[in-house]
Design a protein. Structure first.
Lengths: 107, 580
């Protein structure tokens, strides 16, 4: 990297748009990570501390326990969270990145 | 076959299985030949020229991750233990969103061929590459042994081939794919395998649900009738809450630290394709586990636990048996061939990841200090591939008949403790230093390995297996005469007996039981105890790796590395300077 590019790099780092982009990206990543942790360790917590809850029947007279849809939903919601991220990234993050990049190349 | 064995064609040469398998081998070798002509540079060999699309990489990630052990193992676990098997399948999936949110995009933007590129991005190359290569190679080898031994056992069960021959065939095919076709061939083997596995499992689930009028309610009520309501509830698999959380942590963050998975993010052209591939992979893998669980419950009802466990105690043949019951010999043959293909795809991905740690990190990064021609690098990678392949074959044969289930746990514990913390801190934390990075990796590696060896899984079940058996024998020797006496006394309680007499008999029974109590206690106290109480060390080894990484970084401030974080940030967030 040449010294001119380095200076520009430093300037970009101080650019409010770039700073906003970084903090937005980190916020989204951390919120979604925390949601996933709560989701999964919530499920593990139920197994560890409240087995009777998971053993309840879903319907009166039926056989399916509440634990089965909860486990399946843990899988499905995990996938939906990745969908939320990709939706955000494709619609908002990519265009922010493009804006900041245009600034560098376009001057 | 003994007369009491259930009627099944499993374990006999199945013409359909052989036909499908030969077709798979021929087509993958043709692809390898085609890929070989396109594999010239290091970028081709390690990263398929970064030309893999998001959907293709999603399928390949799924193909890399969905092992035969998880397909046959989870179905088997569900068929024999019910709900407890479902708990595992959830754990195998939840690492993927973490990869998406924290790892995949920085990895793509910062790295070139291995995750060590990312960890060492702004730090001293040599110590970190050496440490990261150690982490990668240990993970690859432990996982390879587990897969190879599993492959030999499964192929022996399904095709009746001798264990050693099965391992040699698997090993030679795996070496051919990687050696000649590099990442391009490996990717396509994984894509084809993922499609076959998802297609085969879908068909099996449709045929299963067809038996229950496409109602899960019917399936579960029949399962409840056969195996009581306990079958649909969490049971004895998870007893200690701390152990449950520890296992959960290792599964979740171990997935995000598997070198063969991380390596796949260097095969796509940009971050957009990287994130797309995780989205597809998560969908495919989640769908696959839901199918597998259905297959497990279906086989418990339609085949029955008695037959499943008669063929294999662990229940590994639940899926193939169900296929045989519903689709006859042809479907059994197809599914067996798919299971074989599944093993091949996983071991190929592992071998490539291991070879790249040897060539890109150890040879070029450490020995040649970054100064080596592409030609040399590819040559070393190919030598490493052959070396690793033969090592895997030898270790697979050496571990024949051993209990290797703990190796999967070890793989995930090390990946979560040695690879993941260093990777995350290098991406996120400005003050992370060289000493912090390599000390964190070695700490995670050593703590996870040592604690697992001292845990009940290895220390009691493997190291002191003979002592456990001796204690069990002694306990039995004390209990059996007592039980015989109790049974005799119980027999005296004929209907219509004087209540006073019954009470007298009950008192004698209690006395008999009490008489052996001290002896029993004494015998049981000889039971070997694990030095480390948890079965899963993840919670401690991860914490240690993070703690040491943070402390060592704070104690060795590195202004140069901090300054370089600016350039890293530009590349990480907006992809300036990223490898293309």
């Amino acid at each position: 990297m040449s010294s001119i590019a380095k200076k520009t790099a430093h300037e970009i780092l101080e650019d409010p748009d770039f700073k906003a982009l970084v903090s937005k990206k980190n916020t989204i990543s951390i919120i979604l990570t925390v949601l996933e942790l709560v989701l999964y360790f919530g499920f593990v917590g139920l197994i560890a501390y409240n087995k009777p809850f998971l053993a309840q029947k879903l319907n009166e007279g039926g056989s399916t326990t509440i634990g089965i849809p909860i486990a399946v939903m843990t899988i499905v919601i995990s996938w939906i969270l990745t969908m939320v991220y990709i939706f955000w990234a494709n619609s908002s993050y990519d265009s922010d990145v493009k804006n900041v990049k245009d600034k560098i190349i376009g001057g | 076959m003994p007369a009491t064995a259930p009627q099944t064609m499993i374990g006999q040469a199945n013409p359909t299985a052989i036909l499908f398998f030969v077709a798979f081998v021929i087509s993958t070798l043709l692809i390898t030949w085609w890929a070989a002509k396109r594999t010239r540079t290091t970028k081709d060999f390690y990263a398929a020229g970064r030309s893999v699309t998001g959907l293709q990489n999603g399928l390949a990630l799924a193909g890399d991750y969905m092992s035969a052990a998880s397909f046959l193992g989870i179905a088997g676990l569900v068929s024999t233990k019910g709900y407890d098997g479902l708990i595992y399948s959830v754990g195998w999936l939840v690492g993927w969103p973490i990869i998406m949110f924290l790892i995949s995009e920085p990895l793509r933007n910062l790295g070139k061929y291995t995750f060590a590129d990312v960890v060492s991005y702004r730090l001293n190359q040599r110590p970190i590459r050496a440490a990261a290569a150690a982490g990668s190679i240990v993970v690859v080898l432990t996982y390879l042994i587990a897969q190879m031994v599993g492959a030999g056992t499964l192929i022996k069960l399904m095709f009746g081939l001798p264990f050693e021959l099965a391992i040699v065939v698997t090993g030679c095919l795996m070496i051919s794919y990687v050696l000649f076709g590099g990442m391009i061939a490996t990717t396509w083997v994984q894509i084809i395998k993922a499609c076959l596995l998802l297609g085969g499992a879908t068909l099996l689930v449709v045929l299963t649900l067809n038996q229950f009028n496409f109602s899960y309610g019917n399936l579960f009520s029949q399962a409840e009738k056969l195996y009581t309501n306990k079958f649909l509830e969490p049971g004895g698999l998870v007893t200690n809450p701390v152990d449950a959380f520890s296992l959960g942590l290792a599964l979740m963050f171990g997935t995000a630290g598997l070198p063969h998975i991380l390596m796949r993010f260097f095969t796509v052209p940009d971050v957009k394709a990287a994130r797309k591939s995780v989205f597809y992979a998560t969908g495919f893998i989640g769908y696959f586990y839901i199918l597998t669980v259905t297959i497990g419950f279906g086989s418990a009802v339609l085949v029955g636990q008695k037959i499943i466990m008669g063929i294999d105690k662990g229940g590994n043949m639940a899926g193939p048996l169900l296929a045989e019951a519903l689709g006859g010999n042809v479907f059994l043959g197809f599914l067996s061939a798919v299971a074989f293909a599944t093993i091949l795809a996983v071991v190929s991905g592992l071998t490539l990841a291991g070879a790249s740690a040897f060539s890109h990190d150890l040879y070029v990064g450490v020995i040649r200090r970054g100064q080596a021609s592409e030609k040399d690098e590819v040559k070393v990678a190919k030598i490493a591939t052959v070396g690793l392949g033969f090592t895997a074959i030898m270790l697979g044969i050496l571990f024949k008949g051993q209990n290797v289930a703990f190796l999967v746990g070890l793989t995930f514990a090390i990946a979560a403790s040695a690879n993941f913390p260093a990777l995350l801190m290098s991406i996120m934390w400005k003050k992370f230093t060289t000493a912090g990075a390599y000390l964190s990796i070695y700490t995670g590696l050593i703590v996870a390995t040592v604690l697992l060896i001292l845990s009940p899984t290895v220390w009691v079940d493997i190291v002191h297996k003979a002592d456990v058996q001796a204690v069990e024998k002694a306990v039995k020797a004390i209990e059996e005469p007592m039980k015989a006496k109790v049974a005799d006394l119980e027999k005296q309680k004929v209907p219509g007996l004087d209540p006073a007499k019954v009470a007298e008999i009950d008192a004698s029974i209690a006395a008999e039981k009490k008489a052996v109590e001290p002896q029993l206690k004494e015998a049981k106290s000889q039971m070997p105890k694990a030095i480390f109480p948890l079965k899963n060390p993840g919670i401690y080894s991860m914490a240690a790796a993070f703690l040491i990484g943070i402390l060592a970084s704070l104690l060795s401030p590195d202004k140069v590395a901090e300054a370089k974080f600016e350039g890293e940030k530009l590349r990480e967030y907006i992809g300036i300077g990223a490898e293309d």
